[in-house]
Ligand binder design. Structure first.
Ligand code: ASP
Length: 324
């Protein structure tokens, strides 16, 4: 029988309703609530935390990585239960923190607590364990009736049972009477040399441009030693407002990495296309091309944590088909 390790980090799936109508972390043993999991695989379960994923930290992510590292030869796949709010961020982080595993790392969770009437978590957990036994060799999100590439996904729906989408990548698979896997997936492969990387750099900020605004908040980052990298959410192909240019130049001159990502959920930055993009490139900023915002954050953390001197090479090296 195949073996699957479930790594629990919390999220709505195991939360309980307080009388006042607020969800809080619960004590649930979610695995025992889905007894049919045993028909799919031999299951082991490890509880790492019961955190609302709003408070997900790199420390908790490192604990996930340590569990996978310790056990990677012994299981066919891994399922991580996680809150939906930052599930896509953790999927991206794991794509960089665990490379060349050749097995599925499946993230799942729920829109409703598993004790609520009609909970989606029962199905999500069941199909995630099934997905973890399949011919997949990458980090995926399994949620609703979709299997999505983790590093291309984002939470786009706060209510629907299909909470995630991956606008830049067709689904890796669809769940129905059967699991249908698509050819764009990375297939399972024999473990060559898995890399487990645990020193992500947390000193990243994201600047969202305010159209019609005038406050240059970037200037506060220039002399802040905590901040190593700044992501600016560019309009369209990566266009950035004039009043930010002076600070961007100072940021890059002071050795901080500045990356422009597109605000659009499809397509790529093209900093040469408009003068409003070219001038930010000339100020020393890089572009995230077609990385999602979540992938850009985690890839910066990875590249800065790994080797800031080689930041550019590491940032542009595709990992887990995160970029075209
Ligand atoms: N706030 C919750 C979390 O991300 C939402 C969820 O799990 O759906 O942990």
């Amino acid at each position: 029988m195949k073996r699957v390790l479930i790594i629990d980090t919390g999220g709505t799936i195991s939360q309980v309703m307080r009388e006042i109508g607020t969800l809080v972390p619960g004590e649930a043993d979610i695995v025992t609530l889905v007894p049919r999991l045993k028909e799919i695989a031999d299951i082991d379960y490890v509880l790492i935390d019961r955190v609302d994923s709003t408070d997900m930290t790199q420390n908790i992510r490192v604990k996930i990585v340590e569990e996978i590292e310790k056990n990677h030869n012994d299981y066919h796949g891994f399922v991580i239960t996680h809150g939906t709010d930052t599930m896509a961020d953790t999927a991206c982080a794991l794509n960089y923190m665990v490379q060349n595993l050749g097995k599925p790392i499946v993230l799942t969770g729920a829109q409703l607590p598993i004790f609520a009437p009609g909970p989606d978590g029962l199905n999500n957990l069941y199909y995630s364990v099934k997905t973890a036994t399949e011919d997949i060799g990458e980090v995926v999100i399994c949620f609703g009736d979709r299997i999505l590439r983790g590093n291309r996904s984002n939470k786009y729906n706060v209510e629907g049972f299909n909470a995630f989408d991956s606008p830049r990548e067709p689904y890796i698979g669809n769940l129905g009477v059967n699991i249908r896997l698509n050819e764009n997936r990375i297939k399972r492969f024999k473990i060559s040399n898995p890399i487990f990387f645990k020193t992500m750099c947390s000193g990243i900020v994201v600047h969202y441009q305010v159209s019609g605004g005038c406050c240059d908040t970037l200037k506060y980052y220039i002399d802040n030693p905590e901040i190593k990298g700044v992501i600016i959410v560019g309009f369209g192909t990566g266009n950035v407002q004039s009043y930010l240019l002076n600070s961007i130049e100072k940021l890059t001159q002071s050795g901080k990495k500045v990356v422009i990502v597109t605000a659009c959920s499809k397509g790529s930055t093209k900093l040469g296309q408009y003068q409003t993009g070219l001038r930010v490139k000339n100020a020393g900023a890089l572009e995230a091309k077609d990385l999602t915002i979540q992938a850009t954050i985690q890839k910066m953390m990875y590249a800065l944590g790994r080797d800031p001197e080689n930041f550019q090479d590491l940032f542009y090296q595709p990992i887990g088909r995160d970029m075209d």
